[in-house]
Design a protein around this ligand. Structure first.
Ligand code: GRF
Length: 214
């Protein structure tokens, strides 16, 4: 069997997207495996990684003695990714702004999931409930989720996959987030599998999904 794609997941929160990737990989639905989970804070994702027997690394953002600058911090992240021979980096609720060094090191090999339909409702400050509140404030009738490649601009990279989810009359940021999250879990693994199959080609701002070889 061909070697599995080696995933490094960056996460700062509960880690439900991480969990979905772990479950799908274990079920043989992905030609990929999570080889390391890296966080900037002790969090649920770290816990989930440990439970699954996956190396869990905290590069503590509050440890200014070890990581006095953003560059030093990202150097430590990069070191962990390289030590585990990561081929594709998956952001799954990673809340730390990155330096260009880290972004460039994995250009075209780093994905993120965002809980809205980019290019709307993305960018600095657009995370968690802020995203869903902004969607509701604009009176949108649909929202959704987006998997995209990571580039220097926050949430600006080429879009790989999107899924539309309806906004309901009585939605709050919490109910909308809860409706979107299960779709995120499916979408992210879908994008990872396409990448693992070599079917994702970046053409400028666009991502072309190549057909399955006959
Ligand atoms: C998800 O909504 C994701 O789209 C966003 O952060 C959230 C992470 O949730 N980037 P979880 O930690 O995977 O449960």
């Amino acid at each position: 069997m061909a070697q599995k794609l080696r995933l490094g997941v960056l996460a700062s929160g509960g880690g439900s997207n991480l969990q979905a990737i772990i479950v799908n990989a274990a079920a043989g639905k992905l030609d990929a495996e999570v080889v390391v989970v890296i966080s900037d804070v002790e969090c649920g994702a770290q816990e989930r990684a440990r439970k699954a027997g996956i190396p869990a690394v905290v590069v503590d953002r509050r440890d200014k003695a070890r990581y006095p600058t953003r560059e030093a911090f990202d150097e430590a992240v990069l070191e962990a990714l390289r030590a585990h021979e990561v081929e594709l980096v998956c952001h799954a609720g990673y809340l730390r702004m990155m330096t260009s060094k880290l972004v460039e090191a994995y250009a075209g090999r780093m994905m993120n999931i965002h809980p809205a339909l980019l290019p709307s409702f993305g960018g600095p400050g657009m995370w968690g409930h802020h995203v869903h509140q902004a969607v509701l404030d604009c009176g949108c009738k649909v929202s959704g989720c987006t998997v995209h490649f990571v580039t220097a601009g926050t949430d600006e990279g080429p879009i790989i996959l999107q899924r539309c989810v309806p906004v309901e009359e009585e939605d709050t940021p919490e109910t909308l987030a809860a409706r979107i999250l299960p779709y995120e879990h499916v979408l992210y693994s879908g994008a990872i599998q396409l990448y693992a199959e070599g079917r994702v080609r970046i053409e400028g701002r666009r991502v072309r999904i190549l057909p399955k070889p006959a």
